[in-house]
Ligand binder design. Sequence first.
Ligand SMILES: Cc1cc2nc3c(=O)[nH]c(=O)nc-3n(C[C@H](O)[C@H](O)[C@H](O)COP(=O)(O)OP(=O)(O)OC[C@H]3O[C@@H](n4cnc5c(N)ncnc54)[C@H](O)[C@@H]3O)c2cc1C
Length: 441
Amino acid sequence: MAARHLIIGGGTAGMNAIRTIREEESERSTITLVSAEKPYSRMVLPYYLDRSIAESHVFTATAKVLADWGVTPHLGKRATALDTTANVCTLDDGATVEYDDCLIATGSSAVRAPVPGADGRGVHSFWTLDQARGVIAQIQPGSHVVMVGAGFIAFTILNSILALGAKLTIVEVAPRILPRMIDDTGAQLVEAWLTKHGVGVRTGAKLTRIDDVKGRLRLKMAAGGDLVADVVIMATGIRTNLDWLKSSGVKVNQGVVVDDHLRSSVPNVYAAGDVAEGPDLLSQANAVHAIEPTAQEHGRVVGANMAGKDVRYRGSLIINIVEVCHLDVASFGAWDDARAETASGVRADRPAYRKLLWKGERLTGAIILGPSSDIWTTNDVGMLKGLVQSGVALGRWKAHLKKNPFDIKPAFIATKTTSMLLPETILGRPSKAPGETPVAV
Ligand SMILES: Cc1cc2nc3c(=O)[nH]c(=O)nc-3n(C[C@H](O)[C@H](O)[C@H](O)COP(=O)(O)OP(=O)(O)OC[C@H]3O[C@@H](n4cnc5c(N)ncnc54)[C@H](O)[C@@H]3O)c2cc1C
């Protein structure tokens, strides 16, 4: 009998797994997809928000693509339980799906600050397509938008809110913006840049409640200085979608704990993407990375393993790259490792900043920011990522970089980092063109 694969979750990880199963299998299997939403990419939602792309461009696989792939879809259905002894998944309409192996790729959900009024009218999350539709319907030119939370996701939609002609204020409880992406020096430069571009920034600011006052929203702040907004967006974090696995016997921690083949504690159950707690490239310790590249790579590796290959995952690199008001801001790897050897440089006038972190001869983390119009900013983002990802021994170039943290290129070229990275593949073979399938998966 043909192998029966069950994919739970139709986001980046799930769709990459499906595509890879079809690419790698030697005998045609059956694939069932259960997904609470139609397959789409969350990462492109900022471009939908500012109307750079139409809603139809958000989707990663249409009904026709799924049919061409020979996938049996259960869309708009939620998995509610997994019986890993009987190999049966139960859906929210009572239906059941039997499987030989299954992939948990249920991602994460937005979490709101636990304050009175957080679920009221005019208060939004921005994580799903439905939530994006809600925000789009509310923002008008001249609206005052208050974004609660100054993390990476908030920053991915910042440009779009400004492009809609709205006035924006960001409120962050931590003492600095982007607290999990860059350090104090970087955060100060980005905050000054945003202020210069008309964005209000309040750090160390604790929101205590939101009241609807005659159609507008009053945000009460612990230290006073209340704000009045037309739209509030809560970008206050995400939580892995694990609740439905409670009685499954699958081991969970912050996410579903997986091994170096992305198998969970139950051998025929895999996990991938935001919901998985998998190996980190640098430390090899398990972590939830909750970023798009990890979801893609996980999906590819699981797909190959489900198709009968034996693919070990090397681990994922933490990568955060965002551009705000034409300022590129990025960090890689262990950028906040207090025990690492470091070197940094600031050019406050541009502004530009580099911070490099080492263990021995190897670059293990980096922070970089600078104007997008400076050609070396974009180039350095790519080269620093390459140096951290490759783990190349820098030799005498370490001393050069310590002295000249803005002069990345000679070290990158001299250490032949490109030729180290070029042969690297996730599946041990070159990628195949996606053919008729959308490039986004
Ligand atoms: C606005 C925005 C911008 C972003 N920008 C970036 C970026 O620039 N760079 C970056 O690296 N990352 C970015 N991300 C994060 C990135 O989108 C996620 O890391 C990625 O989507 C994770 O993929 P996934 O497949 O693990 O989960 P998801 O894409 O979240 O997919 C999970 C799927 O599972 C379904 N599901 C959930 N529960 C169930 C259930 N019980 N039963 C059935 N189905 C279920 C969901 O409906 C969904 O279809 C962004 C996210 C957002 C929201």
